[in-house]
Design a protein around this ligand. Structure first.
Ligand SMILES: [Zn+2]
Length: 261
């Protein structure tokens, strides 16, 4: 941050910090569901899981943009070895939930809606839910709550759209937030390993300090439109990619895995 100590800047900063504390939804430990990053090797490697389904369950009116759907498929294909392919499965879903969402709500309603267990035969199932309503912590656009489940809050994404000039649009924000949350399922940054390179943000655990990475800490913050004007990153940077390659090769030790070969 610049050397400004004005109150508005401080308030914005506090708001972001408070908001991001909900990012991983780690207020409940459920071993079988794992932690974000718990199925990283299952995705990166094709030793057991040779195909993958990304299940997108959306409430009526919250269907994600086609660009977001295409982008998350492309990004996963770039890093996960799935010779039988990665399929996107869209399902309109009534989550039967009113009001704000806690990370437990995301986990419970997400699991109720899952079409399959995450690890089924040789297919890995990851899930993104797009519910109506907001997350309990103000300013959170998306969360990753366990090894296979993320949520993106469409109303918050729409509200985060920047001012008219140089704005990231709601669509661009959705693109980046969705990839960001799946990045957490890939264990980024330092969720289930320790990177040989220091690129985790000191103030924002589990996030990149590089504003050109989709794992940059501000990506899932409602203030994103004020923090980044112009192009939002929607891709992993070379440090992120090297971490993933290191985990796959075994050069980097990976922990808390639900499946290892
Ligand atoms: Zn995050």
């Amino acid at each position: 941050m610049a050397s400004s100590n004005s109150i508005p800047v401080l308030l914005v900063f506090l708001m972001i910090s408070a908001g991001l504390s909900g990012c991983f939804g780690d207020d409940s430990k459920e071993l079988e569901r794992g932690i974000p990053g718990g199925l990283t090797l299952a995705c990166l490697s094709d030793d057991k899981y040779t195909s993958m389904v990304v299940e997108i369950d959306y409430e009526s009116g919250y269907l994600p943009e086609q660009t977001s759907i295409d982008l998350v498929k492309t990004r996963l294909e770039q890093v996960c070895n799935k010779p039988q392919g990665i399929e996107i499965l869209l399902t309109e879903t009534d989550f039967g939930h009113e009001g704000q969402w806690s990370s437990n709500d995301v986990r419970e309603k997400g699991w109720n809606a899952k079409l399959n267990d995450p690890e089924r035969g040789s297919t890995l199932y990851w899930q993104a839910i797009f519910p109506s309503g907001q997350y309990a912590n103000d300013g959170v656009l998306g969360v990753a709550v366990d090894a296979s489940t993320v949520a993106v809050f469409g109303d918050a994404v729409d509200d985060a759209e920047g001012p008219i000039f140089n704005r990231p649009s709601a669509e661009e924000i959705e693109n980046s937030v969705l990839v960001h949350e799946f990045g957490h399922l890939l264990g980024l940054v330092n969720l289930v390993y320790e990177s040989p390179v220091e690129h985790e943000d000191e103030e924002h655990e589990g996030h990149s300090n590089n504003e050109d990475s989709v794992m940059y800490w501000a990506i899932e913050s409602a203030n994103i439109g004020n923090i980044i004007t112009g192009q939002l990153p929607d891709d992993f940077d070379s440090d992120d990619l090297n971490d993933l390659a290191g985990m796959l090769s075994g050069e980097i030790e990976t922990n808390n895995q639900l499946w290892t070969n």
